[in-house]
Write a new protein. Structure first.
Length: 693
């Protein structure tokens, strides 16, 4: 597999040779070239090649030119192929001035074309004089009638009106435009004289005045022999620009154009094959993307959705260029940060249906966390209002396959936490990357490393995002890692901040961690196996919060354990607390969310045992402050975190009077800020003040 980081950018420039043909247009182009090469008549031929934007006009022209050169070489013909691009010059004046000059300049490149080049140059200068200096036409006529004895005087008069008189040569001072054109005609009529193919592409890009001028220039030079004018344009656009009050553009073209060719209808299937080939190269520029690539989904979206947007190679090249650029933004080392098929689909909408793309970007919650089942469907209907009738079905199919089908994909756009990546083309600082999730997966066989990595994510504010998305990896975790993985998750509970760790409308880290434990335990076949695994992890871990949350949740939901197994786990939890209280009380008192565990110990175990231990523990001022810290609560409000303490929470476990007595004589300055806060909140609670700290 290739790991080349090249972007595979594709230009939408036309191809140059028959060998580059991907759509079977070469036969048509060679037929066109052959027909042109046979023209050696006594007057000019005007050939028009019609086709819509992106249909391949320029590519066919380039292949025809390439083949013309081969024919010219094999038949020993002498053909001058001249490409004139009037839209590059701009402005009617420049187009008229340069039209014949370009012919002269190109012919001059051939060593045998010097004489003919000079004739065209003289013709060009004569045209410029009569067009740029109206009075020069009268002077020219006077010079024609002048006597040879007055030649020097005539030259002086001519020089005053023409900036480059020497280019004309003395012999042409007495000739009219008709005479000059006759000399060109005679030169081209010679048996060994060359043929000229004058190609004018992209006529539809010109203004109405410029289009009309080009056709006037072509019409004015039709009497020259052995010249073929090959004109390429989109017919309806040019006809519209030529239509005026006097005649239609269609009639105007019929008077000038003698032979018309229409671009053959492109093979859409072949376009799709080229698209697939390009996408294959792009996706295989990263090691991870091909593994994530769902071929069946890709074919489904191609056939029922995005395929309708690729009817010519120009669209294919435009699309794959931007896709390649955005693809490389998500290629991180050996991972890929989004679902490649989803990126392919959403990039198609971004390029061809920008209004749809923008509406999707503004509908994150409706599409990824809908309040009800019908909400996405209603949003789809709203989005489809911006789509042309001929594409509504395809866009609807794309939306259905991105957001309604195939479930919650690992890195899919329908995953709430991944959604923004598809529109920001970057990963938010607090979002977990696919690379980091893959690293988490690789560490599930080592509980110590997994916990350390989780701590680093917590420091960078990414832990919640990681816990929220890692459930999609549950089935990827090898069953042999069951003990190390579950133990790691139990230990994570000890590094979580106390209190509410998320917005009140969002699931917090504690519940996300519990969900990960539950999801993995459900991979075990029965309640007994799950119980054995959890008891083994509890025995080897000093964590208590996650066990408490699992038991509390199971007592309500009863989803993973039967009652006998749940009773065993509850007993083990109570025993664990009693053991820690007696052997390592200082470790126990610092546990995250200990208040909940103490109340659970009291409910599920012996309340008198809990009360007795707390009374003994709080026999010093220092230990009283440590316990009070346990009962400090946090609430999320619109103004931020608010701190408070409820006296009843303490009273449920032990009498508060002894603690009050100690607090009355305590010096707050001897304690750290958190200790001072706990003392202040306790005193407020004793006075009935439940105000936030």
């Amino acid at each position: 597999m290739s790991t080349n980081k090249s972007t595979y950018f594709s230009s939408d420039r036309p191809i140059d040779t028959i060998e580059q043909d991907l759509l079977g247009m070469s036969e048509f182009s060679t037929d066109l070239a052959t027909a042109i090469s046979h023209w050696r008549e006594e007057h000019s031929l005007v050939v028009a090649l019609h086709g819509d934007w992106g249909s391949g006009k320029s590519s066919i022209k380039n292949m025809a030119v390439s083949y013309l050169k081969k024919l010219d070489k094999s038949n020993k013909h002498n053909t001058y192929i001249i490409e004139f691009a009037p839209w590059e010059w701009g402005g009617p004046d420049k187009i008229q001035n340069l039209f014949i000059k370009e012919i002269s300049r190109h012919i001059a490149k051939n060593k045998n074309g010097q004489e003919l080049s000079i004739l065209f140059k003289i013709y060009s200068e004569a045209l410029n004089i009569t067009s740029c200096f109206p009075q020069a036409a009268c002077i020219w006529s006077a010079l024609v009638r002048a006597l040879s004895s007055l030649r020097r005087l005539a030259c002086r008069l001519f020089c005053a009106q023409c900036p480059h008189p020497k280019k004309f040569g003395w012999d042409y001072l007495g000739k009219s435009l008709s005479d000059i054109k006759k000399d060109i005609n005679d030169s081209l009529s010679k048996e060994d004289a060359p043929s000229i193919v004058l190609i004018i592409d992209d006529l539809d890009r010109l203004t109405s005045d410029e289009v009309r001028l080009v056709f006037q220039l072509v019409k004015a030079n039709l009497e020259f022999p052995k010249i073929v004018f090959l004109l390429l344009f989109q017919r309806d656009l040019v006809e519209e620009k030529l239509t005026d009050g006097k005649q239609s553009g269609s009639n105007y073209l019929e008077k000038i154009i003698q032979v018309t060719f229409n671009i053959p209808k492109l093979n859409t299937e072949r376009c799709h094959e080229v698209l697939a080939e390009k996408i294959y190269k792009i996706t295989h520029s990263n090691n991870s993307a091909p593994k994530m690539f769902d071929k069946d989904r890709w074919l489904d979206i191609l056939l029922h959705g995005i395929g309708a947007y690729f009817n010519n190679l120009r669209d294919v090249y435009r699309y794959t260029s931007t896709l390649s650029f955005h693809f490389n933004l998500f290629a991180k080392n050996q991972t890929f940060e989004v679902d490649p098929v989803d990126l392919i689909a959403i990039e198609c909408l971004r390029l061809f249906e920008p209004e749809v793309y923008n509406k999707i970007a503004d509908s994150k919650y409706i599409l990824t966390r809908p309040v009800d089942y019908n909400a996405p469907k209603e949003k789809f209907a709203d989005i489809l209002k911006t789509v042309n009738a001929d594409k509504k079905e395809q866009v609807d199919n794309i939306l259905q396959r991105l957001f309604m089908k195939n479930g919650n994909r690992l890195m899919g756009i329908n995953n709430h936490d991944n959604f923004d990546k598809y529109f920001h083309f970057r990963i938010c600082e607090t979002d977990i990357s696919h690379a980091e999730l893959e690293e988490m997966l690789s560490l599930t066989d080592d509980s110590t490393k997994f916990l350390e990595f989780s701590k680093s994510l917590k420091e960078s504010n990414k832990l919640r995002s990681a816990l929220d998305q890692f459930w999609l990896y549950t089935k990827k975790i090898p069953m042999k890692n069951d003990f190390t993985y579950i133990k790691s998750l139990l230990d994570i509970g000890d590094i979580l901040d106390k209190g509410f760790d998320a917005h009140h409308l969002m699931i917090g880290c504690k519940d996300l961690t519990r969900r990960l434990i539950t999801d993995f335990l459900l991979r075990k076949e029965n309640s007994k196996e799950r119980c054995q695994l959890l008891l083994k992890c509890l025995k080897d871990s000093q964590a208590i919060l996650m066990i408490y949350l699992i038991i509390a949740h199971e007592k309500k939901e009863n989803t993973i354990f039967k009652k006998p197994e749940l009773d065993k786990i509850t007993t083990a939890f109570v025993t664990k607390l009693e053991s820690m209280a007696n052997k390592t009380p200082e470790k126990l008192i610092t546990k995250t969310n200990l208040q909940s565990s103490l109340h659970a110990w009291s409910r599920w175990g012996n309340k008198d045992t809990v009360t007795s231990w707390l009374k003994n523990y709080t026999n010093t001022a220092e230990n009283c402050v440590k316990l009070l810290k346990v009962f400090v609560c946090t609430a999320k409000t619109n103004t931020g975190d608010e701190r408070f303490m409820k006296l009843d929470d303490i009273k449920e476990l032990l009498p508060v009077e002894p603690i009050k007595t100690i607090m009355e004589n305590i010096n707050k300055d001897n304690y750290d800020p958190k200790g001072q806060e706990a003392i202040e909140l306790f005193n407020n609670a004793c006075m009935g003040k439940y105000l936030y700290y």
